[in-house]
Design a protein around this ligand. Sequence first.
Ligand SMILES: [Zn+2]
Length: 294
Amino acid sequence: MVDDYLVRAIDEGRQARVFAVRSTHVVEEARRRHGTRPVATAALGRALSAGLLLGANLKGEDLLTLRILGDGPLGAVVVTADARGNVRGYVQNPGVDLPPTAEGKLAVGAAVGRGYLYVTRDLGFGAPFTGGAALISGEIAADLTHYLATSEQTPSAVVLGVRVGAAGEVVGAGGLLVQLFPDPSEDLAARLEENLQGLREISALLAGGVTPEELVARVLAPEVPTILGRTPVRFACTCNREKVADLLAALGEEELSALARERSEILVRCHFCGEEYRFGRAEALEVLKPMKAE
Ligand SMILES: [Zn+2]
């Protein structure tokens, strides 16, 4: 299968920025790691793609966190992304499944429910900045469009899609983000709206082999977009054994020694990626050594 990547593009008149991502492998890896059922795969996959698209505006070491906190059965959907195409995420209840909608679509809106969406940008200095908006449908793309318009005052269009195959596997996933600069021409706004109508089935297009460059071209057609950059994207977590050991140490000597006495092994599972870290009794006590030396 072909690799996942994101492209950034601009129109001739420099009135709109367009981002397109193919995230089929990213979402399939998330599904495999978290054991998500189809509706959870779709919700998490849309959020992962959204994180990558929003992350395309980050620089250097900046980090972005997208939290979708609905009252539906899925619970929270949380994603973090950086400027280098790394994304990770989880859904609180990955085993949730719902019957399809009347149109035969995965019932993401019902599974997410109503609540709030928050975007936090940690720019590496000062306090992280968080903006939020109410969820308007739970379908994620519409919620994000609403958030960008109200909280960030950026007129945008967002298209997200995940196609799940017969065995629950991800066969196509990705998204589009179109951001308009102030005072775009009426001609461009109308053209974008019309073109985006034809891109609603983005997951089917991606599953059929349409590339991110072709998606961008379809958004701006008939004009030919200028591609500004192409970034490979991947599911990548920042957890490792040392960080988990630090977390255990943070429990404090008393609690950690008690845990080590109670069980032969301490198991810590990373929320974001599902990776499991096992510490035997001796290893757990080893974690305490640097503390004792202080
Ligand atoms: Zn992890």
